[in-house]
Design a protein around this ligand. Sequence first.
Ligand code: ARG
Length: 459
Amino acid sequence: MTNKTWSGRFNEPVSELVKQYTGSIDFDKRLAKWDIQGSLAHAQMLHEAGVLSAQDLADIQRGMAEIQAEVDSGSLKWSLDLEDVHMNIERRLTDKIGDAGKRLHTGRSRNDQVATDIRLWLRDEISTIRFLIKDLQAALLELASDNVNTVMPGFTHLQVAQPVSFAHHLLAYVEMLGRDDERMADCRKRVNRMPLGAAALAGTTFPIRRETTAKLLDFEQICQNSLDAVSDRDFAIEFTAAASLLMVHLSRLSEELIIWMSPRFAFIDIADRFCTGSSIMPQKKNPDVPELVRGKSGRVVGHLTGLILLMKSQPLAYNKDNQEDKEPLFDTVDTVIDTLRIYADMMRGITVKPENMRAAVLQGFATATDLADYLVKKGVPFRDSHEVVAQAVRHAETQQCDLADLPLDVLRGFSALIENDVYDILTPEGSLNARNHIGGTAPEQVKLQIARWQQLLAE
Ligand code: ARG
C-alpha cells in the first residue's frame, strides 16, 4: 500500500527508513477518539454550510461510529503506509462509505486537524489532572486532620529550626498543589481554543462557519489568526511548564518522605505496598515510589525543555517539527496522572510516629527563638536577648540537655528577668500555640486552614 493521499506528484515511493522516520501512527493513534470528534463536527458544519449533502453527512456519521467501535475494540489495523492517525481514519472511512469519505477533508488540512485533536485531547486530560490534584489535596488534609497537635521539628538548612505542627507542614503542600491546580485551570483556557478552519495556513475558500464547529466541539474561543492557529504549540509548552512545577512540588515532598522514613529520623512509615526490598540486604525496605517520583520529575522537566526547543526558530506556519510535540506531551500527561494517583493512595497509607518527631524537636534547641522572644517581651532588645539565649544554648549543649531541662537558677544566671513561667514557652506545644496568626503554626490556626481547604475542595 502506498500513501495515495499525496503520492500523485512523486516519482518514487519513500524509502522504508524514511517512512518510519516520518510516520507518527505508532504514537498518534492515541488521538483517534478526538480526531473522530473533530471530523464529525467538521462534517456537520460543512453540511449546514451547504458544502456536504445530508446523505454524505449521514454516511460519515455511520462510518465514524463503526470506526470508533473498531478503535475501542482494538480491531482497527493501523498502517504505517498511511503515516498518521488522520490518514488512517480517513482511509478506513473511505473504504467503508466511498466518496463521502473523500469529501470529508474539504476546507480542512491535517495542519488544523492535528492542532485541534491535541487541544481536544489535552483539555480532557487537564480536567482529569485537576480532579486528581484535588484528591491528593484531600488525602493530605485527612493526614493533617489527624496530626494538628503532632509536633515535629521545622527545618531550615535541614537543621532543626523551630517546632511546627506536622499538619502545618502537610498544609504547605496543599497550598502548592492549590497553585498547581490554578495554573492548570488557567492554562486550560488557552488550550480550549479552536484552530479548525485555519486549514493548511491561510484559511479556506469554502464558506465555513467556525462558530458552528466551535460550538459543536465546546471550544471557548476560536483562534483568530490562521497562521498562528496551525503553528504555535505554546499551549502545550505552558501545560508542560505547569506539569513540571507540579512534579517539582511532588519531588520535594518525596525527598521529605524518604528522609522521614530513614531509621535515623523514623518520623513516618510508608505502607509496604509502596516499598520494595533489596535482593542482597535482607533488612531493607526501600521507599521506591517517592524515589521514582523524584526521578520522574526530571523527565517531565526534560519534556518542557524539549517542547520549548522544538518551537524555537520555527518560521511560520506549520512545520513537521511539530509532529514531535506528541510523545513528550503524552509522556508528561501519563507521568503526571500515574504520579498523582499513586501519591494520594500512598499518603493514605502513611503511619506517623509522633513520639519520634517530638523527641527530635527536643534535641535541637527548637525553642531558642521562643526564649529570645520571651525576654523581648520583658523589655530586652532583640539583639541582646539573641545573645543571652545563645549563651544559654551553649551551656545546655555542654550539659547535653534541652533548654527546658535547665533549672530556673541556671537560666536566671543568663538573665535575671527569667521567671518560672518560662517553662510554658520552652515546650514544643507552648512554642506552637504562641504563633497564633494567619499562616502561623498554632493548632488553632492550623484547624482553620484545614477547614478552609475542606470547604474549597467541597465547592
Ligand atoms: N502527523 C502530523 C503531525 O503530527 C500531522 C500534520 C501533518 N501535516 C503535514 N502537512 N504533513 O503534525
